[in-house]
Design a protein around this ligand. Structure first.
Ligand SMILES: Cc1cc2nc3c(=O)[nH]c(=O)nc-3n(C[C@H](O)[C@H](O)[C@H](O)COP(=O)(O)O)c2cc1C
Length: 368
């Protein structure tokens, strides 16, 4: 079921709770992220055997013409709604550890887990967006983010496993007579992902997570890192699956796909939001050639600041997904400019190609 099924290459839908999704673009068909669209998308993904819906925990838009991400659903309540509307798919919710007290979060997560009958997954984010922290009036802890996250997660785990009320006397939390019921349906925890990419962030994922979402802009040299992540998790006594986020532009012909990429990610990029996201410093660095800069910005506009892109006809997109699996990835978290308009073609054309090479099982025809 969902993320716990046996498919060798899992596919999650990423970012549909936020306006723009993964694409910083002004094209009129860009993603609006209404509730009705999210429900329709989750039901389609569920029927089609996709493994998960992964939202982005976003509190504030990135400005620009479209205020990218400015309309967004809070992710745990979003997940509860979608879990009620689906039967198989896992739905994740994001918690910014510094913004949610762990006792409150533990209760919300357990509630979502029960609503989803064990299909809720947690994404722990330790925070990177200073704007958002300022909006909350919370000072970021630049060097200690993941130390705080570790203690936060230790509290949550303890809540879910303690047989009696306990006191917690840590560096960041001093708590008295803590108790909370019920326990998660999934056991003494819920499945957990983390997408830290700094050394401390990756180590946090390796120590604690079931899934590490590891951003890469190309597959070159990635296999070694993925192997290492899995080896290090085993040394900590558990297995970890490694995913990467990817934007997908799939059309009948290679030419059509590339033309559409040029249209939404270059000709109609939301330049101001893009500047905000990638930072003017990085995006106009003098050492970057004009061509490199153009590609860098186009990729960032298409893929939420810079994920791997899969742009092409169904053969090409399937080949690139197979290559991601060959590099060691267990799954992809994908986005489209307009999820509902584009996902059906992907499901009809790319999924069967992945099934034919054994990376995915077809959905049983009597499935709900
Ligand atoms: C798949 C994925 C999902 C993420 N979800 C969120 C999110 O919901 N909210 C957020 O503020 N950051 C999110 N991030 C950012 C990461 O949690 C992390 O902070 C970022 O990759 C930088 O790594 P670092 O924290 O180790 O520096 C996400 C990143 C990825 C790749």
């Amino acid at each position: 079921m969902g993320m716990l099924n046996a498919n060798a290459l899992k596919i999650a839908i990423f970012g549909s709770n936020c306006s723009g999704g993964l694409a910083l673009t002004t094209v009129p068909e860009r993603w609006r992220a209404t509730w009705e669209e999210n429900v329709e998308l989750a039901k389609l993904a569920d029927r089609s055997g996709l493994e998960a819906m992964v939202p982005v925990g976003r509190w504030k838009g990135f400005g620009g013409e479209t205020d990218f991400g400015g309309v967004s659903f809070e992710t745990i309540t979003w997940a509860c709604g979608l879990l009620s509307e689906t039967t198989q798919i896992s739905v994740f919710g994001t918690v910014h550890a510094p913004l949610f007290h762990p006792i409150l979060a533990a209760k919300q997560i357990v509630t979502a887990d029960h609503i989803g009958r064990g299909r809720f997954g947690l994404n722990i984010v330790c925070g990177w967006n200073v704007d958002e922290f300022e909006m909350f009036g919370v000072a970021p802890l630049p060097d200690r983010r993941y130390d705080y996250g570790q203690e936060w997660w230790d509290v949550v785990r303890r809540i879910w496993s303690a047989d009696a009320a306990f006191d917690f006397d840590g560096e960041f939390f001093r708590l008295k007579k803590v108790r909370s019921q019920p326990r998660p349906r999934q056991g003494d925890r819920v499945m957990m992902m983390n997408a830290g990419s700094s050394p401390a962030g990756r180590q946090f994922a390796i120590r604690n997570s079931d899934f590490h979402f590891d951003v890469c802009r190309s597959l070159d040299g990635v296999a070694e890192r993925v192997r290492e992540t899995k080896r290090m998790a085993r040394e900590h006594g558990h297995d970890i699956q490694v995913f990467t986020p990817a934007y997908v532009v799939c059309r009948s012909t290679q030419r059509e796909a590339e033309d559409y990429f040029q249209y939404f990610a270059v000709d109609h990029a939301d330049e101001e939001a893009l500047d905000h996201m990638v930072g003017m410093g990085a995006a106009t660095h003098e050492s970057m050639s004009t061509e490199f800069l153009r590609q860098f910005r186009a990729n960032a506009a298409a893929g939420y600041g810079g994920n791997i892109g899969m742009v092409g006809d169904p053969d090409r997109v399937a080949r690139e997904m197979i290559a991601a699996h060959d590099a060691g990835f267990d799954g992809l978290a994908i986005g489209f400019v307009n999820y509902l308009a584009e996902l059906p073609f992907f499901l009809d054309e790319v999924l069967p190609r992945l099934e034919r090479v054994g990376l995915r099982q077809p959905v049983a025809s009597d499935a709900p």
